[in-house]
Design a protein around this ligand. Structure first.
Ligand code: RP5
Ligand code: MG
Ligand code: MG
Length: 279
C-alpha cells in the first residue's frame, strides 16, 4: 500500500502530543530501527471506557484478525501482525503507540457515502469544464467539527451493523440532520434517501484510510460507496443541514484541486474517473 502521510502528522490531533518523526525509508516494520522511540498516547475520551472503545491490553486480549463477537477485527488489507499482544499498523510506523483517539485496537471500520449529482446551470444544462470539456460532478461535503477540514460525511460502523446501513445512517445524521427534524419531515427525507441508497451504487474504495488519528496499533479503514443522482430529481432537491460531527454541509464541485480530510480526495478521483466526469 502507498506510504501514509497524514498518519505521521507532527502533532497528534486534539492533543499536545508530538509524534516521533518517521522518515519514508523507516516506515516498514521489517526495516530494523533500534532508535525508534514512539510516544505512547491514548486520549482521555478513550480511557474513560465509552461503549465504542476497547479496554486496555493486558486486562483484555481480543481476537485479532477475526470476527470477535460482533466486533470485526479483520482488516481489508489482509492479515496484520500482532506483536506483544498489540496489532501493528499495516502501512507501518506512525511515531505513536497506543490508540490515540481511536476506540479499537487494530482496524477501526468506517463507511463513506459519496453522494453525487451533475453540476447544472440555471437552464438545467450540465456544466462542462472548459479545459477538459467533461461534465462537472458535485458531491455532498461536510466541514468536520474536529479539525475544520472538508470531508465525505462518513462514520464508524457500529458492531454488527451492515455497511449499507452505516452509509445511509451517517449521511442522514451528518448531512440531513435527521437527528432533529420533525417526524413528518424525517419520514419524507427517509423515503427519498432510502430510494437513493438502494439504487445501483459504485464501490470506489475499500481499505486503509490515511487518517491523522492513526497510530502504530490503531487505524481507520473504510468502504467508500458512490450514490449518484443522475437526473437531479432525487437527493439534489433535499435540504442539506449539518448535524452531529458536521459543522457545515454543502454541494462541492469535484476536481483535482480539492484539499480534503484524510485520503478522501483519492475516493473522489476514482468517482470522477468512473463517471467520466471532470477531475
Ligand atoms: C475517516 O474518518 C473515514 O474515511 C470516515 O470518513 C471518518 C470516520 O470517522 P468519524 O467521522 O466518525 O470521526 O477516516
Ligand atoms: Mg457520524
Ligand atoms: Mg463522521
Amino acid at each position: 500500500s502507498a506510504p501514509h502521510i497524514k498518519s505521521r502528522c507532527p502533532m497528534y490531533p486534539g492533543s499536545e502530543t508530538h509524534r516521533f518523526p518517521v522518515p519514508d525509508d523507516k516506515l516498514k516494520w521489517e526495516t530494523k530501527w533500534p532508535e525508534y522511540k514512539p510516544v505512547r498516547y491514548t486520549a482521555p475520551s478513550v480511557l474513560r471506557k465509552p461503549d465504542w472503545a476497547d479496554p486496555d491490553i493486558g486486562s483484555f486480549s481480543p481476537l485479532f484478525n477475526s470476527l470477535d463477537g460482533s466486533v470485526d477485527r479483520r482488516s481489508h488489507m489482509g492479515v496484520y501482525r500482532v506483536e506483544e499482544g498489540k496489532p501493528l499498523n499495516p502501512c507501518g510506523r506512525t511515531g505513536l503507540t497506543g490508540r490515540g483517539l481511536l476506540g479499537r485496537w487494530g482496524p477501526n471500520h468506517a463507511a463513506d457515502p459519496i453522494v453525487t449529482r451533475w453540476k447544472r446551470d440555471s437552464t438545467g444544462q450540465r456544466v462542462l469544464n472548459t479545459g477538459s470539456e467533461l461534465p462537472v460532478l458535485q458531491f455532498v461535503a461536510i466541514k468536520r467539527k474536529d479539525c475544520g477540514e472538508w470531508a465525505v460525511p462518513g462514520g464508524m460502523v457500529d458492531p454488527g451493523e451492515l455497511v449499507s446501513l452505516t452509509l445511509q445512517r451517517e449521511f442522514s445524521e451528518e448531512a440531513l440532520n435527521s437527528l432533529i427534524a420533525s417526524p413528518k419531515e424525517r419520514e419524507e427525507v427517509h423515503d427519498r434517501i432510502t430510494q437513493l441508497f438502494n439504487s445501483p451504487a459504485l464501490q470506489v474504495y475499500k481499505g486503509y484510510v490515511d487518517d491523522p488519528r492513526n497510530t502504530d496499533n490503531s487505524w481507520m479503514e473504510t468502504v467508500a460507496v458512490n450514490f449518484h443522482d443522475e437526473t437531479g430529481g432525487s437527493v439534489s432537491e433535499l435540504p442539506l443541514q449539518a448535524g452531529d460531527d458536521a459543522g457545515q454541509v454543502s454541494w462541492v464541485d469535484i476536481d483535482s484541486t480539492l484539499s480534503l480530510y484524510a485520503s478522501h480526495s483519492q475516493f473522489l478521483k476514482t468517482t470522477a474517473k468512473e463517471r467520466n466526469a471532470h477531475w
